[in-house]
Design a protein around this ligand. Structure first.
Ligand code: ADP
Ligand code: MG
Length: 348
């Protein structure tokens, strides 16, 4: 991964030296951060807001593959996927912590790249890095990110708030991250068979970025606030549309009707899925890792959302007894089942 001459062994710095090195340039920007790195605990003050906390654990070869994920992207994505959970509560993220387990194969330069990506994400999304933990790992890279945010009590959007008659909305477009992963997996196989062949990802930037460099939808939380919309229920799309809408429906004790023709797909996602012999709708339903926001709003908000480029109405909430329905382009009714990303993969 790194040439020998560019490698600085982590033992040369020691744990405290490494932490200092990685965090020395951090500048705190959030007024809710009273104390960041450097004591036994960070101190935060959210005054009269509710505090939101979410954690993710990322393990090498379970959640990411360093053969095609650049370390800087890994750091960036680790922060994004975690911030996404705060936005999915209709909150604003303000702090993160990063814990990292490093095996001896990682030189300082590798850790620096991960932090470069992570700190760029923090900067772009206006959050403070306020702590973490550092350890050696027997095998592989371990990354855990905790994000912290805030919201007004009555602004928080739970999965359980959907009501019969609500419009089901989704931000951006779906399926791209999964199709991007297929492309990266294919190029990895070709590379493993013949390392002299350069990856052919020409013209596929959008879906590769959807996989390697997702952007959490802070902008949607801000847009909804500016439109004076309080989503009844919200979740982020990490496992695919099917799985997420079922989470909302089950938590809210309601049913749903989704229309296949309304599901937003980017043209590159559509074409590339076809090249792989995949159904683009299935990629949106079961692909995952899109990190868009799926939410429900009362019908009376239709006029507010209908002309928003970044929001698509894809169906509505029904009574629980009507079940979970997907109306296909040809008008057939299908049951929506949660396949999730893993189930989908094992079908191959
Ligand atoms: P402790 O012994 O209490 O766990 P550490 O020496 O591990 O303390 O950490 C010292 C400070 O550095 C703490 O503020 C901690 O949050 C921070 N820290 C440790 N590791 C990391 C890391 N990987 N990234 C960011 N901050 C870190
Ligand atoms: Mg520690």
């Amino acid at each position: 991964m790194f040439e020998n001459s560019d490698r600085t062994n982590l033992n040369e710095l020691g744990e405290f030296g490494l932490i200092d090195h990685l965090t020395q340039s951090i500048q705190l920007t959030q007024k809710s951060t009273v104390k960041g790195i450097g004591d036994d605990a960070a101190v935060l003050d959210f005054a009269n807001k509710k505090t939101l906390i979410s954690t993710d654990l990322l393990l090498e070869n379970v959640h990411f593959d360093l053969r095609y994920v650049p370390l800087k992207h890994l750091g960036y994505k680790a922060i994004q996927v975690n911030l996404s959970d705060i936005y999915a509560m209709n909150g604003i993220a303000s702090q993160v912590t990063i814990s990292i387990g490093l095996s001896s194969k990682f030189p300082l330069e590798a850790v620096e790249e991960i932090y470069e990506g992570a700190l760029l994400a923090c900067q772009n999304y206006n959050v403070d890095l306020v702590g973490g933990d550092t350890s050696t790992s027997q095998q592989g890279l371990v990354l855990s990110v905790t994000s912290i945010g805030y919201a007004d009590t009555d602004a928080i959007a739970y999965r359980s708030g959907a009501q019969e008659g609500d419009l089901i909305c989704v931000s951006g477009d779906l399926g791209g991250a999964y199709v991007g992963l297929q492309l990266l997996e294919r190029e990895k196989q070709i590379f493993l068979e013949n390392p002299n062949i350069q990856p052919d990802l020409e013209g596929k930037d959008y879906i590769i970025e959807r996989q390697l460099k997702p952007e959490a939808r802070k902008d949607i939380v801000e847009l909804l606030a500016s439109l004076d919309i309080k989503p009844h229920a919200m979740i982020d799309v990490s496992d695919g549309l099917a799985s997420e809408i079922l989470h909302i429906c089950k938590a809210s004790n309601v049913g749903c009707k989704l229309y296949e023709e309304k599901i937003p797909l980017d043209p590159m996602t559509y074409e590339t899925a076809r090249e792989f012999g995949l159904d683009p709708t299935v990629c949106a339903l079961s692909g995952g890792e899109d990190y868009e926001l799926l939410f429900t709003v009362p019908q009376s908000d239709y006029d507010k959302v209908k002309n928003q480029m970044e929001i698509t109405v894809i169906g509505h909430i029904t009574e629980a007894a009507a079940g979970y329905q997907l109306i296909s382009k040809s008008g057939n009714v299908h049951d929506i089942k949660a396949q999730g990303w893993n189930a989908f993969k094992s079908e191959e």
